[in-house]
Write a protein that binds this ligand. Structure first.
Ligand code: WT7
Length: 643
């Protein structure tokens, strides 16, 4: 593992609020006296309609954690209204389409008007505080308007990534019992159309409680229309009132649900509540990116994931920033696209994923060298471990060795960034996520929950609550308890493996549960297996991750066919297509290995540890196989792998 330190350029350190001298002191204060610390942050970052009475209650044993108790606030008011006095003509959302010639802007005043209008559209359709609204939109300004309009009237948004299949969409709509769906005729990415409305139609066959569908006209293509149910976004907006008083929400009221994959079972609806989440999103955005008024800020994540929620929408807008929303992909029309956009809009802060960095690195420096990227001050990465090679390229070639890289570790569940360097304050180690954010107490422990020695890999846990932590899993408090707090009682279990070096730097190894990170997308092996097993020829399957140079991991599936069925390439194609259709094209299978049998313990549990080794081609040391019901199974699998 790399352990060399890259010093941060001094000119950046000078503008930072947090510096080498005060980080330790501030961190200590945040841990020793959290109530005082968070009270200060909450009043600095959020405008409250009425103040909270108690900063925090509950703990990881009782699991009834609340933040800023009895405080009243509204998310859209904090993201928009309160900025109008100072920055109504400043651009809030800078949008560039998939086609480089298509772009638009929304000032804070314009955003305010659209959000109020659309909030009234929702109200006119009978949407009330607490109702769930599903948003299935591509990366267009209307996705921000829709989210903020929900929060304005206290409705709970559930954004579903626009690449998800009809089945994935209907499962999410049903789980949250959404009342209304907002979608578009089509999405456009990398020059390709995505038939969102027809996916939505298909999904809704299973969702009788969705009474209305609001459709944004993105491409203008002809689409089937259900007169009783479907409404055009632009027509509804025209007829709606301009004024909409923001609903006074309790700090503990739900703000949104966002589905994410776990080890087992169906995706979990991660529920975030209002006060804690907003304080944490705003504060982390400001400090981690050293955001300064006037900065042009660009996070490339899709809003369908938590990074898009916290660092395309909520964090930047809470801080009154100009946030760039990009509809396209890094390789279209050419591999220079990201850097051309950086130059075009003079982007100062740029936040992306290792998989994008690696894919662009592979194409060579010539695409980058065509651009100046002089405006860049800070570079960020998130979603999976970044290998030191990719880090160095990002630092040297993209940032011209004058931008600190913030490698930020966090999760859908954590709401915001948890472990990260502070630009200007943290000497950087390529590949390490560095130090905990304020108020965050991470620890690396063994199976029993005892701290491991520095330098040893163990399970990453968090010892104390912080404001960004999810409230619960929607509709399933029991699953919330069991998933995150059962294994190491009294602590939040992240599901990641990590180690901490002698200088207190954290290094994330990767998931140590059955979640697979493919190009930064989080996919549960259980979901994949359920789809594979539904194929008429499949008896059983087990899916693990195998390392990949660009994607981080690929999906590696071991498939056992029903007796009498011969493995063949056509069947492989069918299975790959099945996953694409049932989950979405981001969940593409990398390898299928036919397995006569799967390695199981005598109690019938599949030994995934073994399968992971085989998928990774680590065939010499398979570890203890003595508990297997039939050790011969392993020889077959290894033999097949070597072929
Ligand atoms: C998982 C959470 C949180 C934003 C996007 C992903 C992995 C996240 C890093 C990083 C190494 C990382 C972890 C984590 N991860 N950031 N900087 N270095 N690994 O959110 O989809 O909920 O996934 O992403 O494995 O548990 P998510």
């Amino acid at each position: 593992m790399e352990n060399k330190i890259r010093e941060v350029p001094a000119q950046l350190a000078s503008s930072a609020y947090i510096n080498k001298e005060n980080y330790q002191t501030l961190y200590k204060q945040s841990i020793d006296n959290p109530d005082l610390f968070w009270a200060e942050q909450a009043s600095q970052f959020i405008t409250w309609f009425s103040p909270w009475k108690t900063v925090q209650s509950g703990d990881f044993k009782t699991l009834d954690i609340r933040w800023f108790i009895d405080g009243k606030l509204n998310a859209s008011y904090n993201c928009i209204d309160r900025h109008l006095k100072e920055r109504k003509d400043q651009i809030a959302i800078l949008w560039q389409g998939d086609n480089p010639n298509e772009s638009s802007t929304l000032t804070y005043q314009q955003l305010y008007e659209k959000v109020c209008h659309f909030a009234n559209v929702l109200k006119n359709l009978g949407i009330k505080k607490g109702d769930r609204i599903c948003i299935y939109l591509p990366m267009i300004p209307e996705i921000a308007i829709a989210m903020l309009a929900c929060t304005r009237i206290g409705a709970i948004h559930s954004v579903v990534f626009s690449a998800f299949s009809p089945d994935s969409l209907s499962a999410r709509i049903l789980d949250a019992d959404c009342r209304l769906l907002i979608t578009a005729d089509e999405g456009v990415r990398g020059g390709k159309k995505n038939p969102l409305k027809s996916h939505a139609d298909k999904a809704l066959e299973k969702c009788p409680n969705v009474k209305h569908v609001i459709v944004v006209k993105r491409t203008g293509t002809a689409i089937p229309w259900n007169q009783k149910r479907d409404l055009w976004y632009h027509e509804e907006l025209e007829n709606a009132d301009a004024e909409c008083t923001p609903e006074k929400m309790d700090s503990d009221d739900p703000l949104f649900i966002l589905y994410t994959s776990g080890s087992t079972g169906s995706p979990k609806g991660i529920l975030h509540s209002t006060g804690g989440y907003l304080v944490y999103a705003a504060m982390t955005h400001k400090f981690v990116f050293n955001y300064q008024p006037g900065d042009i800020y660009w996070c490339t994540a899709d809003i369908g994931w938590i990074t898009g929620h916290s660092y395309v929408i909520y964090g930047p807008l809470l801080n009154g920033a100009t946030t760039l929303l990009f509809e396209g992909v890094p390789h279209y029309p050419t591999f220079a696209r990201f850097w051309e956009i950086v130059d075009q809009y003079k982007v100062n802060i740029f936040y992306t994923a290792p998989t994008a960095i690696r894919a662009l690195h592979k194409e060579g420096d010539q695409w980058v060298k065509k651009t100046s990227r002089k405006s860049l001050k800070i570079l960020g990465t998130v979603g999976e471990p970044i290998n030191p090679d990719a880090w160095e390229w990002y630092y040297r070639v993209i940032g011209n060795e004058h931008c600190p890289i913030v490698d930020t570790w966090w999760q859908t569940e954590t709401g915001g960034i948890m472990i990260t360097p502070f630009p200007g304050a943290t000497p950087l180690k390529p590949g390490s996520v560095s130090w905990p954010f304020f108020g965050v107490l991470p620890l690396v422990v063994d199976e029993q929950g005892n701290p491991v020695e520095d330098g040893k890999v163990g399970k990453l846990i968090i010892k104390k609550p912080w404001p960004g932590l999810m409230k619960t899993i929607y509709g399933d408090q029991q699953r919330f308890k069991e998933t995150y707090f059962k294994e190491i009682p009294g602590n939040y279990l992240t599901g990641d493996g990590a180690d901490r070096d002698k200088e207190g730097y954290f290094w994330i190894v990767g998931r140590n549960d059955d979640v697979i990170k493919v190009s930064g997308h989080r996919i549960g092996s259980g979901e994949l297996e359920a789809v594979l097993n539904s194929h008429a020829s499949v008896a059983e399957s087990a899916v693990v991750g195998a390392p990949d140079e660009i994607k981080g991991n690929i999906i590696y599936a071991f498939v056992t066919l029903k007796s009498g069925i011969q493995p063949n390439d056509q069947l492989k194609k069918e299975l790959i297509q099945l996953i694409k259709d049932e989950i979405g094209p981001h969940a593409i299978i990398g390898t299928i290995q036919w397995a006569k049998d799967l390695p199981k313990t005598r109690s019938g549990k599949i030994m995934r540890r073994l399968l992971r080794k085989i998928a990774c081609n680590e065939l010499t040391d398979l570890g203890d196989t003595s508990t297997l019901a039939d050790p011969g199974v392993v020889d077959d699998l290894v033999g097949e792998r070597k072929k």
